[in-house]
Design a protein around this ligand. Structure first.
Ligand code: NAP
Length: 316
């Protein structure tokens, strides 16, 4: 058996995908599966986890580092018995690229009136709709972290006017940025609001009626559009529905929800100006996840600092 410290895998991902990815990962290192209830995890030093079993930390009391299977760590931070050890979140170009594809797709869909054209198509109705230019529409990105920043830069390339908002102000070329004190000014300029925030006590319930009411009125899309791929807990869904019904919002694209899967009874499913995806904006690529964890373990064992360590006091 290898003398390299063991890693335990506790991912509620497709098992076949995990096994295929493991064929090339953690060479020379013992890999244990938490799903194997007979496995002895007592000496494991690393865990790669997503929605782990409740008894993981009891079975694996000697862990040094946790690797989150996703970029968002709100669910990891709320795990019962979570040990006080570094948590590394998943940051990788595969995840970033996928998220930017989704965000650009949704912004373009609303700019080019895809929901209205889909309705017309179902009705065999031939009618050309107005075509505003991307440059006439301001996209406001809330959260300028790894994902928000890349999405903002790609939206800029597509010709949108782009502005951004984050806890600490960022410097991005060609993009006006705001910090938390500038929220009103930021919202007042925003036609399409893109949420790419982590779920923390500060961001929970942030996307509510009051916030939607502060978005720019009279823009080229006929009203503001709300796009969220951060976390569903940041949106007040009853307020989203009411804002869409009352015209405060002209449309929405939602990938995340307060409760997932989204209840079949939710009116959001049936709203013509709403595009829904099932928390699929940017799925973690398991190969990339293991490659990342492996590289970070090597850094850690060589005495180098871990990267993308979660700041527990900030909650992300
Ligand atoms: N739907 C999906 O498929 C999917 C996939 C991956 C990730 N996600 C979600 O996307 C989120 C963002 O990922 P990321 O990698 O970009 O995270 P990140 O690099 O940690 O960036 C988070 C950003 O949010 C800002 N922020 C946090 N709290 C704030 C607050 N109270 N007020 C203002 N700004 C605040 C941060 O500000 P500072 O820059 O000042 O710190 C930062 O700019 C994840 O947490 C996850 O929930 C969703």
């Amino acid at each position: 058996m290898s003398d390299k410290c063991a890693v335990v895998i506790d991912l509620k991902f497709e098992r076949r995908e995990v096994d295929q990815a493991l064929a090339d990962a953690f060479k020379g290192r013992q890999v244990l599966h938490a799903s194997d209830k007979g496995a002895d995890l007592s000496q494991a030093r690393y865990a790669v986890l997503w929605k782990p079993d409740a008894d993981l930390f009891q079975r694996a009391p000697r862990l040094d580092v946790l690797f989150s299977g996703g970029a968002g760590v709100d669910s990891v931070l709320s795990l019962p018995g979570l040990p006080e050890i570094p948590i590394v979140r998943f940051v990788d170009h595969t995840l970033t690229t996928r998220m930017s594809e989704w965000v650009v797709l949704q912004c373009l869909a609303h700019l080019r009136q895809v929901p209205a054209y889909l309705k017309q198509q179902r009705e065999s109705h031939w009618r050309e709709l107005p075509q505003p230019q991307a440059s006439e529409v301001t996209v406001g990105v809330m959260g300028l972290g790894v994902l928000g920043r890349d999405a903002a830069e790609k939206l800029k390339i597509m010709g949108f006017e782009v502005i951004g908002w984050s806890r600490s102000r960022k410097a991005l070329e060609g993009i006006d940025t705001y910090d938390t004190g500038g929220l009103d000014d930021f919202l007042g300029r925003t036609d399409i609001l893109v949420g790419l925030l982590p779920l923390t006590p500060q961001t929970r319930g942030m996307f509510d009626a009051a916030l939607f009411g502060r978005l720019r009125k009279g823009g080229r899309l006929g009203g503001p559009v709300f796009i969220n791929a951060g976390r569903g807990g940041s949106q007040v869904e009853t307020d989203v529905v009411a804002a869409l019904q009352g015209g405060t919002l002209a449309g929405a694209s939602l990938d995340v929800f307060e409760r997932e899967p989204l209840d079949r009874a939710s009116p959001l499913w049936r709203m013509e100006n709403v595009l829904i995806t099932p928390h699929a904006a940017s799925a973690s690529d398991v190969r990339a996840l293991f490659r990342n964890a492996e590289q970070q373990i090597e850094r850690h064992e060589a005495g180098d600092p871990l990267q993308h360590v979660v700041d527990r006091s900030a909650g992300y």
